[in-house]
Write a protein that binds this ligand. Structure first.
Ligand code: ZN
Length: 118
């Protein structure tokens, strides 16, 4: 199928594996098309997006539910009790089996830190 790069963001593109576009069902010769119409609603990013992924602030996020940038995820290593074993607010130590915990609310009742990252 002689599809050209412009087809991916052309208003006339059929977006069909068997037809290139409404005007040229079998594609065009060369690398440009006289009938090319820019489609304002279609970005190249959307077309190349892997399934289940999404763009968030320009970062490709593979798990849509987790809207953290890589930087935020790295910072989490420095303070989250899952990695440090300590409350980020008062420094109270979690119990030894803390790696099997699901909720990370502070064990110190006077602190009251609640984990809102999960
Ligand atoms: Zn605490």
């Amino acid at each position: 199928m002689p599809k050209i790069p412009d087809c991916n963001h052309c208003l006339l593109s059929a977006h069909d594996p068997h037809i290139v576009c409404a005007v040229h069902p079998e594609g065009v010769e060369g690398d440009s098309c006289l009938d090319f119409r820019e489609d304002p609603n279609t970005s190249v990013e959307e077309l190349w997006l892997p399934q289940g992924a999404s763009y968030y602030n320009g970062e490709l996020i593979l798990q849509p539910r987790q809207h953290w940038t890589q930087q935020q995820q790295l910072e989490l290593l420095d303070w989250h009790p899952l990695f440090t074993g300590r409350c980020p607010q008062c420094g109270a130590e979690y119990e030894r089996d803390y790696t099997s915990r699901v909720h990370w609310d502070c064990p110190n009742p006077e602190c009251g830190w609640l984990d809102d990252t999960v």
